[in-house]
Ligand binder design. Structure first.
Ligand SMILES: Nc1nc2c(c(=O)[nH]1)N[C@H]1C(S)=C(S)[C@@H](COP(=O)(O)OP(=O)(O)OC[C@H]3O[C@@H](n4cnc5c(=O)[nH]c(N)nc54)[C@H](O)[C@@H]3O)O[C@H]1N2
Ligand SMILES: Nc1nc2c(c(=O)[nH]1)N[C@H]1C(S)=C(S)[C@@H](COP(=O)(O)OP(=O)(O)OC[C@H]3O[C@@H](n4cnc5c(=O)[nH]c(N)nc54)[C@H](O)[C@@H]3O)O[C@H]1N2
Ligand code: SF4
Ligand SMILES: [Mo]
Length: 864
């Protein structure tokens, strides 16, 4: 039975306090957990050999080397764990991984520390007091499974399975989550893609018909035009791309030109860095296209054969986009635009133009992204060596297919998963419009009986996080029941009813594949490098256990005992070339690469095989090949081009799509007039901006990932502070100096988006750093800091251990560091854990796709 009574004074007396007390918590005992409290307790007090002081010697003679996959960011590099006596002591890059090879970033190397964090969640906990009060009781896993199953079954039996949602951040077990939701009939699989990169993906899909993000051939390139990507510090394919850019720069002397509003580490390492008015990158790219065509520097053969509009129409489209027009909008000199465009074209085809969130996280990001990709088509670098290469959609190949039977696609609909106002959000992949989830719950456009959050930091990482997200998370009328899977007591966990202590990424199973910059199909296996502490358990296993308790109609989709067995079954069908069983091979090598395949150069030119052509018909008007599939329905399988049947681009015309009818149609459905061309769309919030208003943008530090890394002490030791960047001239005009505090006040957006009234949203007081390295009209602040939860490293609070040592302590080796070495603790005169301003950044989905226009935010600033 779950005890929902508030704690009486007498019971309060025996309450334990602080995460560290978890280690000694008995079944049924209660604990109080609070935000930002000086969790100055630890679970072991001895200064043993592992105490974090002195040197640590790894006995390599006894060490095992086990391949797995990093997940300290979404790049998922292949790793090798060095494991001694069942304990992970070190990670390095897996040379067999074609993407990262032996290279890892600082986050990758420091990440395994989270496993031995003394403030890990160790046991399932059930809320006892009010939601958000922080009062918990330790329960057993059986109780946790039973309660979840009962509540989910109730929604199913009431005929509203869509009122059960799983909301994931960076999960990498999407298939497992999809299987569970499919089995219970719920479509409500929520994610964070619209906060992250949905505009970028949509721009790729419209233009070339496939793939999550660009995988340019940087190692072989001569020239890179980078519009708002910080790939030396971030990017979805971070290390994979960065190491190849370095190679291209050193081996080929490739030139790197970066457009960033701020001197990022990428901008600083570029040959040329340009600041432009935020959100005007599309105009610059269009003007570059104008210059290339006007100078006759285009690849006419590619244009004539492979793009879906006649050359004359293309020239007409570009006619008005002069460098002078773009200069007036962007602040980048017309001469520079002209020069860079011609340099770029001169390097063709070994050149590429790319974007990332600096261009895409805007109202016009989707359109601007398309304008940048189109530059590659104009000069014919698409797919070429050193050019804008791309891969097939990254997929787990059939040899590792998931275990049958798979549940059917749910028939029900949820506005949370598929908001009709954003017709391109789910067109090519289910990207969704995550930032509307809490807004729609608050506005009563949907409700949820069961909300399961997993690797989700919404109070700190989402727009209106500590305002809207927290308001909804604490409201039991909007979210009937919230189960949270996390590794630490995070801010999301604080607003849950049930806490499910997860296995960290070094302690669990998974399959992963990514856009591969080596241009081949590949898969990596994530396997446990050590056991999770105490009762922490992989969320994938939690889903399996709950499913088995939901009745035979659900359990029938679970013909395996646990996640490990599911992985084994998936790997065992295949035999490696050396005769090893696939399961042994994957556990020993960690990576499967399709060696039979040609690298994905000029994928659109790949010829259809005789087998593919058998039974196909060629339409003489469109030159498209049609063929009936197994269901009898005809599909386009390729195009007759350059005298041969070829794969083409996976767009409706099988050509690089410049004018997109899909976009015209999608726009018409929601009253957004769009002629289908990648035009420049002025950002409504930025029109006639008064002189005392500024652009407020954010960025990622090289050593932090979103809300994930703050508990990792070496990373927080390197960066624990995130002052607001302000230009020297701006600061002088406002009388502000480094270290001063300012009050930042933000405004809601304008235009065709959610709550676009331009009204004041909220204020925050933050410290300032004055620098030449930022556009005078832009203020910038990193989003990864300012945690109020997550333990001592995350909140910058050290202290002496107050709890008696406990033998239950699983991995308390490093506690001394937390006790005495958090020198950035304000109590020791340090600067603290930084600030989080997501609470005052408005929800602002961009039209059609729904990508959060993070970098459109407008603010005022006042010295305090
Ligand atoms: N202002 C601003 N905000 C941004 C951005 C920005 O540019 N500016 N960027 C956005 C982007 S690109 C993204 S992708 C989103 C990401 O934002 P989220 O989707 O929220 O992802 P994370 O911050 O990685 O999620 C962190 C949560 O996962 C928990 N966690 C870590 N490891 C594990 C684990 O092994 N198991 C479980 N169960 N939980 C774990 C952490 O404790 C934390 O609670 O943030 C967005 N937020
Ligand atoms: N270290 C680290 N690596 C990461 C992550 C992380 O959190 N930390 N997260 C991973 C994830 S989920 C993602 S989505 C990727 C994101 O990778 P990126 O998109 O490369 O990173 P961001 O910092 O979001 O944005 C890139 C740059 O855009 C700039 N910028 C902001 N506004 C504008 C603008 O209006 N115009 C221009 N031109 N530039 C602007 C910022 O200053 C920043 O340097 O990184 C991945 N890798
Ligand atoms: S880029 Fe760094 S943190 Fe991200 S997966 Fe690779 S090693 Fe891990
Ligand atoms: Mo992201």
């Amino acid at each position: 039975m779950v005890d929902r009574r508030p704690a009486s004074p007498s019971r309060r007396a025996v309450l334990k306090h602080g995460i560290a007390a978890l280690a000694g918590l008995q079944l049924g005992e209660m604990i109080r957990l609070r935000p930002g409290e000086a969790v100055a307790r630890s679970i072991i007090t001895s200064d043993g050999p592992d105490s974090g002081r002195g040197s640590r010697r790894i006995d390599y003679a006894r060490a095992r080397r086990i391949p797995s996959a990093c997940l300290n960011c979404s790049t998922v590099c292949g790793i090798i764990g060095t494991v001694v006596d069942g304990k992970l002591v070190k990670v390095s890059g897996n040379p067999a991984d074609p993407n990262n090879g032996s290279v890892l970033c600082a986050k990758g190397q420091a990440g395994p520390l989270v496993a031995s964090y003394p403030e890990r969640l160790l046991y399932p906990l059930r809320r006892v007091g009010a939601r958000g009060e922080g009062l918990w009781r330790r329960i057993s896993w059986d109780e946790a499974y039973a309660e979840l199953a009962t509540r989910i079954r109730a929604a199913m039996d009431a005929g509203v399975p869509e009122e059960v949602a799983i909301h994931i951040g960076r999960s990498r077990i999407g298939a497992e989550i999809g299987r569970f939701l499919g089995a219970i009939g719920s479509p409500t699989q929520l994610n964070h893609r619209a906060l992250c990169s949905s505009a970028k993906r949509a721009a790729n899909y419209v233009s070339i018909g496939e793939t999550d993000w660009e995988t340019p051939d940087a190692a072989n390139t001569k020239y890179i035009l980078n519009f708002g990507s910080n790939f030396y510090e971030a990017h979805q394919g971070a290390i994979h791309l960065a190491r190849r850019v370095v190679q291209g720069r050193f081996d080929n002397g490739a030139k790197l030109v970066t457009f960033d509003v701020r001197l990022s580490n990428t901008a600083g390492r570029s040959d040329e860095w340009f600041t432009c008015t935020p959100g005007t990158e599309g105009a610059i790219a269009l003007a570059m296209g104008h210059v290339i065509l006007a100078a006759g520097r285009q690849d006419q053969d590619f244009i004539d054969t492979w793009i879906n509009v006649p050359a004359a129409e293309l020239t007409a489209f570009y006619a008005s986009y002069t460098p002078e027009w773009a200069a007036a909008l962007s602040g980048v000199a017309a001469e520079d635009i002209r020069r860079l465009a011609l340099e770029f074209a001169a390097a063709a085809p070994a050149c590429f133009a790319m974007t990332n969130r600096g261009t895409e996280a805007h109202y016009n990001g989707f359109h601007s992204g398309r304008a940048v990709i189109l530059l590659n088509a104009l000069v014919g670098s698409v797919g070429r060596k050193g050019g804008f290469t791309y891969t097939e959609e990254p997929r787990i190949p059939a040899i590792f297919a998931d275990v049958a039977p798979l549940p059917p696609r749910p028939q029900r609909q949820s506005v949370l998963e598929n908001p009709p106002e954003y017709p391109l959000a789910n067109k090519w992949q289910r990207m969704r419009v995550g930032q509307l989830v809490y807004a729609y719950l608050r506005d009563e456009r949907a409700k949820l009986q069961v909300y399961i959050s997993y690797t989700l930091g919404s109070p700190t990482t989402w727009p209106e996080g500590r305002s809207l997200a927290v308001d909804v998370l604490r409201d039991e009328a909007k979210i009937g029941f919230h189960a949270c899977s996390d590794v630490v007591y995070s801010e999301t966990a604080h607003y849950a009813d049930l806490l499910l202590p997860d296995a960290a990424y070094t302690e669990r199973w998974g399959f992963d594949t990514r856009n591969n910059f080596a241009l081949r199909r590949y898969v990596v296996l994530r396997q446990p490098l050590q056991a999770p502490p105490a009762e922490a358990r992989s969320f994938a296993d939690v889903l399996i256990q709950v499913a088995k308790r939901l009745g035979p109609d659900v359990a029938r989709y679970y013909p395996f005992a646990d996640h490990e067995e599911q992985m084994r079954l998936r790997c065992s069908r295949w035999t490696a070339p050396d005769g090893r069983n696939g399961w042994d091979y994957m556990r020993e090598v960690g990576v499967w690469v399709d060696r039979d395949q040609d690298p994905f150069y000029e994928l659109f030119r790949w010829e259809l095989t005789p087998a593919e052509l058998a039974g196909a018909r060629l339409d003489p008007a469109t030159r498209l090949y049609h063929k009936a599939g197994p269901d009898g329905r005809e599909r386009v399988i390729g195009i007759h081009a350059e005298g041969k049947p070829r794969r083409g681009f996976l767009t409706p015309s099988r050509k690089f799509q410049v004018r997109a009818q899909d976009v015209v149609d999608a726009g018409a459905a929601v009253g957004w007039p769009d002629d289908g061309w990648p035009r420049f769309i002025p950002i409504p919030s930025h029109q006639d901006m008064p002189a005392d208003r500024f652009h407020l943008v954010s960025f990622k530090w090289n050593v932090h990932t979103q809300a994930r890394t703050a508990p990792q002490r070496y990373l927080s030791e390197i960066v624990h502070d995130n002052p607001l960047w302000m230009n020297t001239a701006t600061a002088a005009a406002l009388g502000i100096r480094t270290g001063d505090h300012v009050e930042v006040t933000t405004f809601r957006p304008r235009g065709a988006t959610y709550r676009a009234d331009g009204e004041k949203l909220g204020s925050a007081v933050v410290p300032v750093i004055v620098t030449e390295g930022i556009h005078p009209r832009v203020l910038a602040m990193s989003n990864s800091l300012g945690q109020a939860f997550g333990g001592r490293a995350a909140t910058a609070r050290g202290g002496e251990p107050a709890e008696p040592p406990s033998r239950v302590a699983p991995a308390a080796a490093d506690h001394n560091d937390y006790r005495s070495n958090i020198w950035w603790d304000p109590a020791r005169g340090g600067s603290g854990a930084g600030h989080n301003i997501n609470g005052i950044l408005p929800v602002q989905p961009s039209p059609l796709v729904g990508m959060q226009a993070w970098y459109d935010t407008v603010c005022e600033v006042r010295k305090v």
